[in-house]
Design a protein around this ligand. Structure first.
Ligand SMILES: [Zn+2]
Length: 470
């Protein structure tokens, strides 16, 4: 398996610390709101990376944190307590909010066939671990107390900007007007490890610490939670490209200062999903969630396929037109699979040869688009039906598009029906479509009722009208 390593800026062959095993970490969601599909693009591509490693035979252990404390998106004493804001908005307690949106996140993941990591740890479970790491950083002289907060001293490191492409001037561009500089800091990029003094006196969750009652900074979470589950050495750390600076830079600074040795060898970053107006965010435009796509009739796996069709290191632009195209492609693909004859027995040698081809293709920096192309090649291959289905099932372990399942339900919908009935239902569907076009909704409804009387249920979806027996 080769991936682009942001640390070395090269595509590299992954050499794990321990033969045959991969220790992998993913920055988890902030749980005060639904995840938007841009965040989920990262989780889809990380899921493909994990599954490709498993597909190649690695024993993968993957860990994820849940950010359920603090200001969540900023290390600075600025902005607002988003958990508390969410709680006030919805008249719930902060922990109820965290639980609700954690469940919502994993429900979205399930719909997108994103595997739940082997260990999932909420930040609020690990306060003693955070305090311990901060104590050590103070003892080693990497941290200092100022204005009643504890800060990490970035000037103690020779190479704080590990990802190389940041400089002070570039960083200035990203500074928002409404963010005032924290005057306690010795250096511009010093970051808070523990707050006892915050601008928000109404911070909802606080814990006792050697430095007073307060709460942890954001970055400390990922360092401690990964070490709790994966130990002192990690192979692959994943996240959205947004997290590269300052979050991942700060994770490395504190982890390696604490450990006294290199921490993680490979950094995998997924690029942005944009909408047509630019970068997607929670604050502007339509808030795109999995539920919103479902309410518009899209199968969430069509969004997964949309993500797989482009490379994770390129920005991707979302539009409904593009998604419609993928929905049509998905439907055609399922129909093709549905049309594979039920014949012969599985030729294991062929399946193995196609398996190796797929591992090599997708294993080359997670080239999912080429993986899908290879799937089409397999559909055209000179092998029997049973072998074809076996290859598709094998590829779909990584692609996660439920292709065989979708094909078999498509088969149940129409394949086994008596042709006379199919012709009748289809003519009624066409008639209803005309009625709807003419805005004769009463007629459209009566056609639906007429079909229902005959035991046929119709359903309007983005991929057209579907029908089944009631
Ligand atoms: Zn993180």
């Amino acid at each position: 398996m080769r991936i682009y390593n942001t640390l070395t800026r090269n595509v590299e062959l992954i050499k794990p610390n321990e033969e045959g095993k991969i220790a992998m970490y993913t920055c988890g969601p902030t749980v005060y709101h639904f995840a938007h599909i841009g965040n989920l693009r990262s989780y889809i591509m990380e899921d493909v990376l994990e599954k490709t490693l498993r597909y190649e035979g690695y024993d993968v252990k993957r860990v994820m944190n849940i950010t359920d404390v603090g200001h969540l998106s900023s290390d600075a004493d600025t902005g607002e307590d988003k958990m508390l804001k969410g709680a006030k908005r919805e008249h719930k307690t902060v922990m109820e909010i965290a639980k609700f949106y954690t469940d919502a996140f994993f429900s979205d993941c399930a719909k997108l066939n994103i595997k739940t990591p082997d260990a999932v740890e909420p930040a609020t479970n690990c306060i003693p671990e955070f305090i311990n790491m901060i104590k050590v950083l103070l003892e080693k002289g990497y941290a200092y107390q100022a204005g009643e907060n504890i800060y990490f001293d970035t000037s103690k490191l020779d190479n704080y900007y590990v990802f190389g492409n940041q400089n002070e001037d570039e960083l200035m561009v990203g500074v928002r007007d409404d963010v005032t500089e924290d005057t306690n800091k010795r250096n511009k990029n010093d970051f808070v490890l523990w707050f006892t003094k915050s601008k928000f006196e109404d911070q909802a969750l606080k814990w006792d610490s050697p430095w007073g009652v307060g709460y942890p900074g954001w970055h400390i979470e990922c360092s401690c939670i990964s070490m709790k589950h994966l130990g002192e050495y990690m192979d692959i750390h994943c996240g959205g490209i947004d997290n590269m600076f300052p979050h991942h830079t700060n994770e490395i600074a504190q982890s390696e200062s604490y450990l006294g040795h290199k921490w993680c060898n490979y950094w995998f970053h997924v690029h942005h999903l944009n909408d047509e107006s630019g970068k997607m965010s929670k604050s502007k435009g339509e808030f795109l969630t999995v539920s919103l796509l479902e309410s518009k009739g899209y199968n969430p796996l069509v969004y997964r396929m949309f993500a797989l069709q482009s490379h994770y290191r390129k920005p991707l632009t979302f539009s409904y037109d593009a998604l419609d195209q993928v929905a049509a492609t998905y439907k055609k693909l399922v129909n093709k699979i549905n049309a594979i004859p039920e014949e012969g027995s599985v030729d294991e040698a062929e399946v193995k040869a196609w398996h190796d081809k797929f591992a090599e293709t997708v294993g080359n920096d997670v080239n999912t688009a080429m993986g899908i192309t290879l799937l089409y090649d397999a559909l055209k291959a000179d092998v029997n039906g049973a072998t074809k289905r076996a290859i598709i099932g094998d590829y779909d372990y990584v692609l996660g598009l439920d292709l065989l399942k979708a094909a078999s339900s498509a088969e149940n919908e129409a394949g086994a029906e008596d042709p006379e009935l199919v012709a009748y239902v289809e003519s009624k569907i066409a008639e209803r479509k005309e009625a709807k076009k003419a805005k004769d909704f009463a007629k459209a409804d009566s056609i639906r009722a007429e079909l229902l009387e005959k035991g046929i249920v119709i359903e309007d979806t983005r991929e057209g009208v579907k029908w089944k027996r009631a």
